[in-house]
Structure formats: C-alpha cells, structure tokens
Design a protein around this ligand. Sequence first.
Ligand code: GZL
Length: 352
Amino acid sequence: MKKRRLAGVVLLLAAVLSSCGIKKTEEQQPASPKTERITVGFSQVGSESDWRMASTASIQDAFADSPYTLLFNDGQQKQENQIKAIREFIDQDVDYIILDPCVETGWDSALMEAKEAGIPVIVIDREVSVEDESLYTAWIGSDFYLEGQRAMKWLESYLQKENYEEPLNLVGIQGTIGATAQIGRSRALEEAAAAHDNWTLLEEQTGDYTEAKGKEVMEEYLRKYKDEIQVVYCENDNEAYGAIDAIREAGKKVGMKIKDGEILVLSFDATHGGLQLTMEGKIAVNTECSPLYGKRLVRMIDEMEQGELPEHHTYIEEGQFSNYSGIRAIWVVDNSYLVTRVTEELLEEREY
Ligand code: GZL
C-alpha cells in the first residue's frame, strides 16, 4: 500500500483510539507523515509523428509546472513495451497511470493489475477495448470516426462545387492497424467510397503514421495504379509528407485540380507542418486531432485529489482547415462544422 495512504490509515487509527480515551504514549504516536509528491506514470505510444511529439511535450510541460512528478515511458509503438511500463509503474507504487494505448485490445490483465494495486488509470487519445470499463477511471480523446466523416464530407462538397462527376479513384494510407484513430478514420473512408457509385477505393495499406512508411506505400501505389489515382487519404500529416514526396518524385503534382491530373491529398492532425502544406494547397483539407492533453490531465488529477470523479468518456473539440475558400462549413448528420482558412496569422497562433 502507498506509504502516503498507510500514514493516513495510521492517523485515522490514532484518532479513533484517542477518542475512546485510549491514550497512546508519546512514543507510540505515529510520526507525522512526510507528505510525498504525487507520482504519475505516463505510458506514451511512441515518438512516430509530429503529433505524438506535440502530445508528449504538452504533457511533460504541464506536469513540469504542476505539484506532481511525471514518470515518462516511450513505448516505441509496441504494446509489450507499454504493458511492461504499466507493471513497472505499479511496482513503483505510483498514484496514477496515464495510458495512450498503441492499439485497442490486449490491455485487460495489465489494467486489472493496476486496479488491484488501487491505482486509477486515465486513458487518453486512443481507446482501450476491455471487458470491464471500470478498469480505467476516465478516457479523454478524439472522435476519430467523426474526423474521417468530416474529411469525407469536405471532399463531397468540394467535388460538388467543382462539378466533378466523373469516376474518382482513391487510395488510403492508414495509421497503425488496430489503433482507434485508424479504425475510425478508415471506416469513414470505406463507408464514403461505398456510398458513391462513381468512387472506387483502389486500396488501403498502413503507413504506421510515419513519413517513411507513408512514402513507401505511395511509391507502391504509383507503380501499381500509374495515372489512375485522383485522391490520397492520409491518416496523419507525417504520412502525407511522405506521400507528397513520392508523388513529386514520380513527376506528378499534388493539388486540387483533379481534372488537370493533380492528385488531391487529405490529411489529419493539423500539425504545424501539415497546416503549412494546407496553406500552400498541397494538402486540400486537414482535419484536426488535438494532442494538447497536458493541462487537462493536470486539472483532472487536481480534481481526483479533491475526491472528484471525472467523466468516464470525454470527446475533445477539434477543427478542420483548408485554403479552399469555397467551403466554409460541412454537415455531418445534423451537426455543422466550420472549415477554417489557413493564414500566416493562424499558423503563428497555433500551440503545435
Ligand atoms: C490520433 C493519434 C495518432 C495521430 C498520429 O489521436 O493517436 O497517432 O493521428 C499519431 O499522428 O501518430
């Protein structure tokens, strides 16, 4: 049991005994507990993308300004590393664990061990799929399926605005297979392709959210499909960087003039580099996925330290960006979402 909690029990026992007139002699009075800093173990997916680095920086910076000690572990995109880190945090008897899970499944036993050790787990960003949802105290992250729907609605609107009704061939460069972000974004692409008679989803392959793999996959697509590709759906900015390089090296152009043979690139994350390319029209639309969890997490732990239980499932607000002025908003089901034009000023203001 955490020394801090043990001290609390001893104090309570002493209070009960003295209230029954059972005086403990001086030497038996428990020493006043040394208040230890609250420690928080953070198991991060890895360092695979600009988004990930921004997520890590946001959390490390926020905890550096907090009364809490953060123990950080980079999982290098491997679940076994993250499970090992969770077990090490349990052995170190941390007060809280934060987990950004590389994939959704396979967490039940590690989270059960944390529960049995009395350590609350906060899951961020991607989700865990577990039998018993009480294995984690709270999840806060993005609605990845909605992100993908927003990207697809933008593409639909764009094609309508441009009166493009010819056949449209798309390829998908997916994120890490099994990650919540990949599951949601890929589902939106596949559903949209199936819903349009003139759209054909030629192929999807994982780019693992990295620039190198994104480029490799795009090179293979270009070899295979030659001039047939009109749209590339990149599930994060780093994959888009790689895909754009491959398209350029193949002597083709990225842009929005599909009728002139340009290849239209969609991306996610809205990182600084991704928004720069969006402002230049090289990424047609960039759907935001905010990595800024740090301050929220410190506030969440502040509240939990006061005995307040956070919401179990919280979605964060996210934007969408383009340099195409013809679409100011898109609608998904009954909700409208603004599309913001990227300007130098906007880039200046961005936190990541
Ligand atoms: C999504 C996040 C994804 C980003 C990628 O919330 O998990 O992982 O979209 C990152 O850039 O690698």
